[in-house]
Every structure is written in C-alpha cells, then in structure tokens.
Ligand binder design. Structure first.
Ligand SMILES: Nc1nc2c(c(=O)[nH]1)N[C@H]1C(S)=C(S)[C@@H](COP(=O)(O)O)O[C@H]1N2
Ligand SMILES: [Mo]
Length: 301
C-alpha cells in the first residue's frame, strides 16, 4: 500500500475512553497544553479538529432516498437492510465481480480520519470517520490502463426507501470522481463513526467520503463501483447542471448561483454563532491543489 495520510491528532492519541462523556473538555485541554498548537507547520488539514457530537452527526442528515427533511434519514433509514451487502466492482478492472462487504473489510486497513465536512448548502461539521482508503479497494479489483474515472451507485430499494417515490432526483443516486481523485489518500470509504459501525442514515454499511468536495459527492450506501474511460453522469449535475458541476470542489470564491459559498454555518455552533469563513478545498488545499493545476476552477466547478 502506498503513502498514507495521517492526522497529527487522532482520537486514539487524544482520548482513551472519555470521549463520549467529555470530549469537549478533553480536547480543549489538549489544545491548551500545546500538543496540537506546537506541531510543525503542516497546513490546515492537520490542525486539531473538534468533532461534532454523535447526536449532531446522526440526526441532521441529507439522504434523499429517505426524504428531503434533515430529520427524515434518522427517522426512516433504519428500514434499510444492510446485511448481507456486497459491492459490484466492474468496468475497466482485472477482477470484476461482487465483493462481499465482509470480505472487503477483512482485507482493508480501517483507520480513523477526522475530516471537515462541508455541504453545498453552506453548513458544515467535523466528523470522526472510520474507514479505509478507496485506492486500496480499487486495487482489490485491479484497475486497468484505460480507466480514467470511477462511477459510484447507491442501493435502490423502493420498498425500504420512502423518498424514492418522489422524482426529486433520478434514482439510483450516482456519483463520480476522476481516477486520480479517487486514488488520493484523503479519499476514503467510511464504514464507521466514532469507532462504531456507521449508522444507516449516514450511509451504512459503506459510503464515500471526499473531504475537499461538497458533501453531495460523498455518496452513501454504495453497491456499485465502475471504472470507466469517460466522465460518468452524477445525480446532482443531471438534475441541475447550471448549479452542480462534476468537480464540486469546495471553493469560497465560486458562489452557488443562488447563494454565497464564502462562509458556512457550523452545525452545533448555536443560534448566534458567527458564520465561519469557508476554506479553499475545505482546508485541504496543500494536499489536493496539484490535482487541478492549470484548470480554471470557476469553469470546472
Ligand atoms: N445516496 C445518497 N448519498 C448522499 C446523499 C443522498 O441524498 N443520497 N446526500 C449527499 C449530501 S447532499 C450530503 S451533504 C451528505 C450528507 O452526509 P451525512 O448525512 O452523513 O452528513 O451525503 C451525500 N450523499
Ligand atoms: Mo449536501
């Protein structure tokens, strides 16, 4: 396995068992003690991030297959059957097939990644994911020469998904990445949250997380991954190409046609919290800017 990206400060480093009880105090104490502040300059992505609570992350969701309200997924996604589960990996790969979730897990290295998460609707959280690098899962199937993109598909089960009876989007929900984005060490398949299995409303049993892109790129409950030569269609781009591009990199300088992307509302920040400035590539500029060298980011939004 190639280069691994690591947080300077992970939950394991910081807090043994105390986190559910007193994570704010524990993390605040660490910061005050200079552990986070004293690290050598490695850019923003490695700053100590204080995660949102389990409650916040699992009760304020976007998962339109279960309804468009923020509370709908927590209410209805429990109906989704996630066992057994397999992921079909096909297209331009050496070993296409249905990969059982349990077999994938056996072969992957699960680690914690505390990432900023920025929705295109201009709210944000910090999430302590558990997951593995997507590149490692792609290597299970063996990516072939001509592959340039990766297409993803969410499970579609109308009998378990009350939201899909409405034509909000074309179902199944589909997403895509360029192959170099997919293979970037920041790109993970998340299978857990706070060290527990990921809840259905957050995309059980495995969902993509691409922390420098708007949240809708991070497709949930993935059942199919296809390596392609051409750019695949993506649900939000198909629904409204003027508002949602293929790249959808977080960019405070490129506004949504209907609202500014320069700042964001932190979930859990309280009623009178000031909006915080949105960071280029959501704070991961140092890690990912070179992927887009020479590209006009306003044109390729
Ligand atoms: N299949 C599917 N994946 C999805 C969505 C969705 O509606 N369906 N919503 C996206 C959007 S807009 C966001 S912001 C994130 C929300 O992830 P979270 O609920 O875990 O915070 O999931 C993304 N993945
Ligand atoms: Mo979103």
């Amino acid at each position: 396995m190639a280069h691994r990206w690591t947080n300077d400060l992970t939950r394991e480093d910081a807090t043994p068992e105390a986190l559910f009880l007193n994570r704010r105090r524990v993390l605040a104490g660490l910061a005050a003690g200079g552990i986070a502040a004293g690290l050598p300059g490695r850019g923003r992505a490695q700053d100590a991030l204080e995660p949102n609570t389990w409650e916040e992350i699992t009760s304020y969701n976007n998962y339109y297959e279960f309804g468009t309200g923020k509370e709908d997924p927590a209410r209805y996604a429990g109906q989704l059957t996630t066992e057994p589960w397999s992921v079909r990996i096909d297209g331009l790969v050496d070993r296409p097939g249905d990969y059982a979730f349990a077999d994938i897990m056996e072969r992957m290295t699960v680690e914690e990644r505390i990432y900023r998460f920025r929705c295109v609707e201009a709210w944000s959280m910090v999430v302590p994911w558990n997951g593995f690098e997507l590149a490692d899962m792609l290597d299970l199937a063996g990516v072939q020469e001509g592959a340039r993109y990766v297409a993803f598909e969410t499970v579609l089960r109308p009998e378990e998904m009350p939201g899909v009876s409405r034509p909000v989007l074309e179902w199944p929900y589909v997403e895509g990445l360029r192959l170099d984005e997919a293979r970037h060490p920041l790109t993970i398949m998340a299978t857990g949250l706070y060290g527990r299995p990921i809840p259905n409303q957050n995309g059980a049993p495995l969902r993509l997380v691409v922390p420098w892109k708007y949240g809708f790129k991070s497709i949930k409950s993935v059942v199919r991954v296809t390596l392609t030569a051409d750019e695949p269609p993506t649900s939000w781009n198909v629904a409204n190409p003027r508002e949602y591009g293929f790249y959808s990199n977080v960019n405070p300088e490129v506004d949504h046609p209907r609202w500014s992307q320069a700042s964001e509302r932190e979930i859990g920040g309280g009623l009178f919290a000031r909006r915080k400035p949105t960071l280029m590539f959501n704070g991961y500029e140092e890690e990912v800017a070179q992927l887009y060298e020479g590209m006009d980011l306003a044109e390729n939004f």
